[in-house]
Design a protein around this ligand. Structure first.
Ligand SMILES: Cc1cc2nc3c(=O)[nH]c(=O)nc-3n(C[C@H](O)[C@H](O)[C@H](O)COP(=O)(O)OP(=O)(O)OC[C@H]3O[C@@H](n4cnc5c(N)ncnc54)[C@H](O)[C@@H]3O)c2cc1C
Length: 288
């Protein structure tokens, strides 16, 4: 593991926004987690864990915490399932699957971030969600400092929700996926879809969850919010549910813009939009 004091968090997330962490710990081997928790305990600081930083907004102000960046990388076949450490990124999984003729996860190729982040948020791509392919999850329970295995239960997952969101003290260390020997989709087509339909730039993808059966992007568009900006951030002209940072934006700008967008949609359609992006506050720091 690697410990960096006063590390800039804005370099480690796709929004490129955020202040410094008192300590950043690069978590490189799963077994290091107990030592990392111990380090935080000795420092008397709370914890926050993240992966690719593609679905969160760090605050502008410093985080007086031990911020753990999950960078573990093991990937292998385990009793017919595909096992990935929580820090594995999708391109690594994609090349492993390609080299080993494994299929079933093509829909997720091109998703930014890590396996841990995708499991925690039950990420969804092209009509498939992580829960549809998940069989087990390994996690480290901070409360009793034990490694455990969670066996998948459909009832614990929902749209952009998982049991790991309700139990933030369970740090995901790895996940097991059902694979098939037949392709279920063409990764090239999905990559083209993203390039054509999604705005490029400093963003976290869709900011709001879709309020079923409506689409947040359509509601924002119909409320006349495309292109609306606050400070250095705006709602994309291409897809109104994408908040784009022009490089000068702050967390304060994002919150001001998205609160305004929420309020406008509420007044116009009577629908309460809910953030898909984790807005990190002091309340999210795990006390140990
Ligand atoms: C251009 C773009 C396109 C996107 N498209 C999609 C899409 O099609 N579908 C979709 O669902 N999402 C999409 N996203 C959002 C994002 O990429 C996914 O949600 C992704 O799975 C988040 O992974 P991450 O590692 O970046 O999570 P992070 O942003 O690092 O973390 C997100 C949350 O997960 C928690 N977390 C992360 N790792 C762990 C762990 N090991 N244990 C416990 N909790 C953990 C964090 O505490 C945080 O609350 C997109 C984002 C971008 C920038």
């Amino acid at each position: 593991m690697q410990i960096i004091e006063h590390a800039d968090l804005n370099k480690l997330c796709t929004f490129k926004i955020g202040g410094a962490a008192r300590f950043l710990v690069n978590w490189q081997e799963t077994s290091e987690i107990a030592e990392i928790i111990n380090f935080a305990k000795i420092q008397g600081l709370p914890l926050f864990v993240f992966g690719g930083g593609s679905n969160l907004l760090f605050p502008d102000t410093p985080l007086n915490a031990v911020v753990i960046r999950c960078m573990t990388k093991v990937i292998n076949l385990n009793n017919g399932d595909l096992y990935c450490d929580a820090g594995v990124r999708w391109p690594l999984m994609q090349s492993f699957c390609k080299n080993n003729h494994l299929y079933g996860l093509e829909n997720f190729y091109g998703l930014p971030g890590t396996i841990g982040g995708a499991v925690a948020g039950n990420a969804g791509c092209h009509g498939q969600e992580i829960k549809d392919v998940l069989t087990k999850v390994d996690y480290f329970d901070i409360t009793d400092r034990q490694f455990n295995t969670y066996i998948f239960d459909e009832a614990d997952f929902a749209y952009r929700h998982s049991i790991f969101k309700t139990n933030p003290y369970w740090l995901i260390t790895g996940a097991y996926f059902r694979i098939s020997d037949q392709p279920i989709g063409d990764p090239t087509t999905f990559a083209e879809f993203r390039a054509t339909h999604q705005p490029q730039g400093l963003t976290t993808g869709s900011f709001f969850k879709n309020p079923y059966p409506q689409h947040a992007g359509k509601l924002l568009d119909e409320a006349g919010l495309k292109g609306v900006s606050r400070g250095g951030v705006s709602l994309s002209e291409k897809h109104a549910n994408f908040v784009i940072n022009d490089g000068t934006g702050t967390a304060k700008d994002v919150i001001s813009l998205t609160e305004f967008a929420k309020e406008t949609v509420k007044i116009k359609f009577g629908i309460e939009l809910e953030s898909e992006v984790k807005i990190v506050t002091e309340a999210d720091l795990l006390k140990i």
